[in-house]
Design a protein around this ligand. Sequence first.
Ligand code: NAP
Length: 289
Amino acid sequence: MNINGRTRPIAILGNPLGHSLSPLMHNYLFQAAGLNNVYVPLEVKEKDLESAVIGLWSLGFIGANVTIPYKEWIMEYLVDISEEAKLIGAVNTLIRSDEGFRGDNTDGKGFLNSLLLEKDWQPQAKRAVILGAGGSARAVCTALALKGTKEIVLVNRSLPKAEDIISNIAARIGVKARAMLWEDQGLQAAVSNADIIINTTPLGMEPKINVAPPLNTEWLDRGQLVVDLIYNPLKTKLLEEASQRGCEVLNGLGMLIHQGVLSFKLWTGIEPPLEGLRDLLEKSLKTNY
Ligand code: NAP
């Protein structure tokens, strides 16, 4: 990497950032695209978030990613926020403007792009079951609802968070949606009728790889697509069992890549060449985690 007087920086703000793959991914893509940018991880304390945003702008950063725990809190320090980010209630990308940073959220669209590009799967008129009701469930639910999904069921261990997503997102977009507890009698029918089942909980993530969401995988069948947003391990217990049932399966590495590609395009206006990226990230997951 050649850093010189014309190098323009981009950051990721979050805490902790030790396991983030984004610096590796974006620095690889800047080099592959022949751009004079550098991407740096900046761990920020909660009390310093506002001054960090002001500082990034003063220092000429052309953009940033934002990750846990700041995707919601950062919104009050931005000059404008995209409609999709407002619906999701979170921002993962900052884009420099003359007045300050604008905010966008590429998580939902990145998720849809991974389904389209890796599985040729489109949400129109499909039925979806989303496991979990946290930040990534909000992004996935919004993206599915905006693209014409016919019905969405959100399953969570507490109903208020799932109901909040439904009232704030699904109802505003106008999609048919309902919330359920894991022990709901209607869950079997919802899962059996679904075209896609998406795990947005951390259950099954390294190091607890023998754990899975409390879902009876005997309800799954061929013809269904089962997606896990987890990418470490690449094949979770849920995906392993879904494969055995004859389902198509997809891990979260594609979502990570495609949300990153969309952020990259917002900063640079360029579609980055992706050759070699997936191998690089998979190798890094094997050696560094
Ligand atoms: P989050 O906001 O903390 O939400 C986690 C959800 O999982 C919550 O609904 C929570 O339920 C549920 N949950 C957690 N532990 C549980 C348990 N023991 N039993 C049942 N439910 C449980 O997290 P997030 O930001 O959405 O991230 C979730 C996962 O997605 C993580 O593994 C993350 O790495 C992954 N992710 C991947 C990508 C990607 O690019 N591939 C992007 C974002 C996130 P309650 O509401 O009841 O607490």
